[in-house]
Ligand binder design. Structure first.
Ligand code: PEP
Length: 253
């Protein structure tokens, strides 16, 4: 059965001390928390992965993810990080395709297809982000855009690879803007995504993949969004930087 997941994308925020402190406070809150098999993931910036992985106070429930990686296994790519570097420091998850990577660093679906394959070859789990821009929604192209992102970045994978893929539908107009997709809009798109995967692969693959919603999720709206049948949790930006808010969102799931 597919897992419920709450993942916090810390982006380029927090020093290493602040990252460890946040993990320590969160761990304390999770001490007597019955998570019923839900997954909790945090994604610090690269330099803070080692301290967070090694954090003495880290609750075993808290998994760690990187926010990106390069597609090559090594070489002359100044400033970049390879999959085996992440894997060998104990980081088993990686976020790929975040809209900020697409918008500010020119990441395309073709490039992301390569990154996904390399991450999977290194036995990493991928949290794959995608979603339409405001213009796409206004012109009623949001379903086409999402379908083509999935097709171009992921549908080259064999069915077995989907065990290690988590999807994060993040409408770009809702990221960091305070504007959230309504629970109905999220459900409508998640249902469409599952149908698209069922058509490309099988109902079983579609049914097993966790699909997270991301875009201005807060303690106040999390419960309603997570109550939708095809929403399996959230990818949280701003609200994951405060232990109280992130814990409230985890608790809402
Ligand atoms: C994100 O960056 O993935 C995100 C969802 O951000 P926010 O929650 O701040 O909108």
């Amino acid at each position: 059965m597919r897992k419920k997941i709450v993942a916090g994308n810390w982006k380029m925020n927090l020093t290493s001390v602040q990252s460890e402190d946040l993990v320590a406070v969160l761990s304390e809150k999770l001490e007597n928390f019955n998570n019923n098999g839900k997954r909790i993931i945090v994604a610090p910036t690269f330099v803070n992965l080692v301290p967070v992985v090694a954090c003495d106070d880290r609750n075993a429930m808290i998994e760690v993810a990187a926010q990106n990686m390069h597609q090559a296994s090594s070489g002359a790519f100044t400033g970049e990080i390879a999959a085996n570097m992440l894997q060998t420091i104990g980081v088993p998850n990686v976020i790929l395709g975040h809209s900020e990577r697409r918008a500010y660093f020119g990441e395309t679906d073709a490039l992301l297809a390569e990154k996904v394959e390399v991450a999977l070859e290194h036995n990493m789990q991928v949290i794959f982000c995608f979603g339409e821009e405001l213009e796409d929604r206004k012109s009623n192209k949001h379903f086409d855009v999402v379908e083509s992102q999935l097709k171009n970045a992921l549908f080259q994978l064999p069915a077995s690879a989907w065990d290690d893929i988590v999807l994060a539908y993040e409408p770009v107009w809702a990221i960091g803007t305070g504007e959230t997709a309504s629970p109905e809009q999220a459900q409508e798109m998640h249902e469409f995504i599952r149908k698209t995967i069922a058509e490309a692969y099988s109902a079983e693959v579609a049914d097993e993949v966790s699909i997270l919603y991301g875009g201005s999720v807060k303690p106040a709206n999390a419960k309603e969004i997570f109550s939708k049948p095809d929403v399996d949790g959230g990818l949280i930006g701003g609200a994951s930087l405060k232990a109280d808010d992130f814990f409230a969102i985890i608790d809402a799931m």
